[in-house]
Design a protein around this ligand. Structure first.
Ligand code: NAD
Ligand code: UD1
Length: 336
């Protein structure tokens, strides 16, 4: 099956292209490279030993999408392309609405025009806001605390409405928890531009000497050690969830929402210690103020993903840290 992978040169997209190719799918990358490097796809090609077609284009360009779908005989779409920085979305909400929501509407329209009806969509646990109870299930109340989260919630709803109106459409809406780690080869990984917003790349850059110390945002949260607790999931487990979701689309019509996490919570301090032990490096840190908009703890109930897709996460925190370190230590400056 030929699969259009929007945002396929990005962090999760590049790892998913490896998993897709290894499982016999043919990914075609569609990316405008606003937050990615073409080098990522060259490395993916090196890992899988074959060429991957790449189209440089914007998901807000319907004509470019239709050309890509028609010229490559596309049968399904995985839609990663989005802007994802919470802070930037607060400062520039309109660019987030345009890129993420207009981009998704344009993609859905192009899919409808080309009679491509299978979609796997990147959503986020951010749609739970501060969940009333953990673990969060797919039926937990939804709330958003920033424009980025709002775009994810709106896109989920748009996709749901389209699937209701057009029964031929099937969508798997995957709510990722906290993706971390790298391909075990260490050749591809997460390469944030500028100062990392997220915890794992920040820790890795401290360990490799690019930054002096980690600021831990709060040690007075109502958690066992006072630091935030999250459900970190290995990016290759996440990549395999996309393969399972594509396979599941033929049995499950309509829009299916699934949590993609491990079901286990890990605190910030636990992750720092695990990284020190995996890397053999010290990770100096200092406690800082809580980050606005953060929640104390959030982890997934991933039961439904196992029931619907037969998928569950296999890797633990140690492996996530080892693989991140292999990538970060081999390429301290990322793809630069
Ligand atoms: P990423 O920034 O590495 O990848 C996104 C890719 O989309 C980039 O390659 C970028 O160049 C491309 N892109 C952005 N806008 C585009 C446009 N208009 N047209 C074409 N290409 C465009 O991010 P990622 O971490 O790989 O995230 C992938 C998806 O998963 C995003 O939708 C993100 O919101 C979602 N997500 C990520 C996380 C996370 O922690 N990384 C968590 C939950 C959900
Ligand atoms: C963040 C986003 C969320 C997005 C997700 C994936 C916010 C408020 N939430 O989630 O919308 O879907 O990333 O991109 O931005 N931490 C530190 N020091 C750091 C960085 C993080 O202590 O330098 C702590 C945080 O306070 C949190 C934990 O580490 O307790 C995880 O943070 P992060 O990796 O940013 O993920 P989330 O906050 O879960």
């Amino acid at each position: 099956m030929r699969v259009l992978v929007t945002g396929g040169a990005g962090y999760i997209g590049s790892h998913t292209c490896v998993a897709l190719t290894e499982k016999g799918f043919e990914p075609v990358v569609f990316d405008n490279f606003c937050n990615a490097s073409p080098e990522a796809i060259r490395r993916v090609e090196g890992i899988v030993g074959r060429n991957i077609p790449v189209i440089e284009g914007d998901v807000r360009n319907r004509r470019a999408l239709l050309d890509a779908i028609e010229s490559h005989g596309i049968e399904a779409v995985i839609h990663f392309a989005a802007l994802k920085s919470v802070g930037e979305s607060v400062a520039h909400p309109l660019s987030y609405f345009d890129n993420n929501i207009t981009g998704t509407i344009t993609l859905l329209d192009a899919m409808q025009g080309a009679s491509v009806h299978r979609l796997v969509f990147s959503s986020s646990a951010t749609v739970y806001g501060q969940a009333e109870r953990v673990p969060a299930t797919e039926d937990s109340a939804l709330s958003v605390t920033n424009p980025y989260g709002r775009t994810k919630l709106v896109m989920e709803q748009l996709i749901g409405d389209l699937c209701t109106a057009q029964p031929a459409f099937g969508a798997m809406i995957l709510r990722y928890f906290n993706p971390v780690g790298a391909h075990p080869s260490g050749r591809i990984g997460e390469d944030p531009k500028g100062i990392p917003n997220n915890l794992m790349p920040y820790i890795a850059q401290v360990a490799v000497g690019r930054r002096d110390r980690l600021g831990i945002f709060g040690n007075d949260w109502p958690t066992a050690d006072g630091t935030g607790v999250r459900d970190f999931i290995h990016v290759m487990d996440l990549a395999h969830a996309h393969v399972a979701a594509l396979r599941g689309l033929d049995q499950h019509k309509g829009a299916t929402v699934l949590n993609i996490g491990t079901g286990k919570g890990t605190s910030v301090l636990e992750l720092v210690r695990a990284f020190e032990s995996a890397s053999g490096r010290q990770v100096p840190y200092a406690f800082a103020e809580r980050r606005p908009g953060d929640v104390a703890e959030l982890w997934a109930d991933p039961t439904r993903a196992e029931q619907v897709l037969g998928w569950r996460a296999e890797h633990g925190i140690e492996r996530m840290c080892e693989d991140t370190w292999r990538w970060q230590s081999a390429y301290p400056e990322g793809y630069a």
